[in-house]
Design a protein around this ligand. Structure first.
Ligand code: PMP
Length: 438
């Protein structure tokens, strides 16, 4: 069973009544637990690790060899073209996008970056202070509007340099048709960045599909959402982009020759990885990719989609539950956002945790403009919130599945939700002091 693949799937935790229960983790969009194989790989590698690149010792050379091998493995995992693209190891998706935002920066003031109304803040804010940013619109259900993308690409007449879109939303789970988007973007002479944070751990991904001329220019993702630890992520892009200009972080590892008045930068990717690299993180990521490949990304996708279908059906049947966005399970990773009418999102999340041992997340999930749109918050209310920093944030409850979650766990959630709906007043009285997280 998939259950045996992750660490701590059956951890016992206390409930508010003092009883112990099996923890249920429906917060995999934030971070997944590590694979058992990943922890083992870290332990197995630990006698051998050493600082990489310039060490002549056996361990350093061994570590360096593995570290460089990992770049090839990443390329194979997402079918990147090893000839033209490079893999840069970073801390996480956020660092990857920030790095790219500096690297693409051109002095030309009329360069436009198209982000979208469904992006995580990490794929929106880094662009704002460096480019003119515009946002591809979404439809009533919160899906990306391809019509609006085409309209914007046309209307900016070649000024769009980059279209930065998510592979899958961390709020609704919607998957974007990225290769179709890539075709549109390239037709207008721009490049595409795919934020793969929510897609890469859950579905197969080809940067360059064998049966299509389209390719993805830039891809970013985080290992901590794919059953490996925090602190390691990936930025993939055309080598040529990183050959020009200075790196954003400068220091050890980034240079080839330095005098007091001269710097010759090392070639990328070394130029982009300032300081001593995270070798253990890279070893962990390698093992997570190996394990995911062994399990099969298509199988994982199918399994998680069936959990999503099951969860949506269960929640739909509970009167008083308001599902956000589409009720469909197609073209979507396994994320369900909802509210219980009459109960603040933070209170619902607290009740699920204290009464059922169920970990979920509530709030806006670092996608405030998207959640504001999905909740149809009037502009004057948003304006009011700008003027009053103390005003509570709107939000929703989010459940997000990993490959090790089960239908039985969804049954436990559905039963508790049903109970909360039936005894709303009692729960509200008990939990009225819990304030929602931002
Ligand atoms: N993009 C998306 C779609 C995400 O879900 C997340 C994480 N919630 C990020 C970017 C940022 O990832 P990280 O925190 O690992 O940098």
């Amino acid at each position: 069973s998939y259950r045996d693949y992750v660490v701590g799937a059956d951890t016992q935790i206390p409930l508010v009544n003092g009883q112990m229960t099996k923890a249920i983790n429906f917060d995999n969009a934030a971070t997944t637990p590590p694979f058992v194989s990943v922890i083992k790989a870290i332990v197995d590698f630990s006698p051998w690790y050493s600082s990489i690149h310039r060490g002549t010792g056996y361990k350093s050379q061994f570590s360096s060899m593995l570290y460089e091998e990992a770049r090839k493995m990443v390329c194979n995992f997402v079918r990147a073209d090893q000839g033209s693209q490079i893999v840069i190891f970073v801390k996480n998706t956020t660092e990857a996008i920030n790095k790219l935002s500096y690297r693409l920066c051109s002095k030309a003031e009329d360069n436009v970056v198209l982000s979208s109304c469904m992006e995580h803040h990490s794929n929106d804010l880094p662009w704002r202070d460096k480019y003119k940013v515009d946002y591809i619109d979404i439809d009533q259900q919160g899906r990306l509007s391809l019509l609006d993308l085409e309209a914007k690409l046309t209307c900016y007449k070649g000024r769009v340099k980059l279209v930065a879109v998510t592979g899958a939303s961390n709020v609704t789970g919607y998957r974007n048709p990225i290769h179709q988007i890539a075709e549109m973007v390239h037709r207008h002479g721009a490049r595409i960045l795919v934020d793969g944070a929510q897609l890469i751990p859950h579905a197969p991904f080809d940067m360059k599909p064998a049966d299509s001329p389209e390719h993805i220019d830039f891809l970013v993702f985080s290992a901590h959402k794919m059953y490996a630890p925090f602190g390691i992520g990936v930025l993939i892009g055309p080598k040529s982009v990183f050959e020009e200009s200075c790196p954003d972080y400068q220091g050890g590892g980034t240079v080839d020759l330095v005098t007091h008045d001269y710097i010759r930068w090392a070639p990328p990717p070394q130029k982009e990885e300032a300081g001593t690299p995270n070798v253990m993180g890279v070893v962990a990521l390698m093992e997570s990719m190996r394990t995911l490949s062994r399990l099969g990304m298509h199988q994982i996708d199918r399994h998680e989609t069936s959990l999503l279908y099951y969860g949506l059906e269960k929640l739909r049947r509970i009167r008083g539950i308001e599902l956000l966005g589409s009720h469909e399970h197609q073209n979507r990773v396994a994320i369900i956002p909802f509210n219980i009418s009459g109960i603040p999102h933070g209170t619902t999340a607290a009740i699920l945790s204290y009464e059922g041992g169920i970990a979920v997340r509530s709030g806006c999930f670092c996608a405030q403009p998207y959640v504001q749109r999905l909740l149809k918050i009037p502009p004057e209310e948003i304006k009011g919130r700008i003027d009053d920093p103390q005003a509570p944030h709107p939000g929703v409850v989010r459940i997000s599945f990993g490959l090790y979650n089960t239908r039985e766990e969804i049954d436990v959630l559905a039963a508790l939700l049903q109970h909360i709906v039936l005894h709303k007043k009692a729960y509200l009285n008990k939990y009225q002091t819990i304030s929602p997280p931002i």
